[in-house]
Design a protein around this ligand. Sequence first.
Ligand SMILES: [Zn+2]
Length: 150
Amino acid sequence: MQNGNTEKIWELLNTVPDPEIPVISVVELGVIRNVEYVNKTYLISITPTYSGCPAVKTFQDDIKICLSKNGIDNFDIKLVYFPAWTTDWMSDSTKKKLLKYGISPPSKKIICPQCKSTSTSLVSEFGSTACKSFHKCNECLEPFEHFKCI
Ligand SMILES: [Zn+2]
């Protein structure tokens, strides 16, 4: 597919899961800024989530593998750092998916993914990754992770 169909590229990118949260795609996460077709090359602009997030390399590799598998080799990935990624770029449906997956989505109010209680305590600023913090629900006592708001 060398005809400049950027829609198709978006479709393919939407099948690439976030390396840390497999239920959401890199498109849903909001890291894909733009897809352009310039000089017979698809130019994919990516804004990394948290600076220094080790997933950035994985994102790029996963995208390359996905596109190559679909016979697309005329693409370039460009990293764009400004404006910085923010959790506001995550759609409400993506946040709902996170909650269903057991991660409290980025929000001012932290919700327990198990019982939806807002009575929670911070256990640690860092969960399994630097992007998440670790909490415990005061109602059902379940521990859970919260995707930090930035
Ligand atoms: Zn709970």
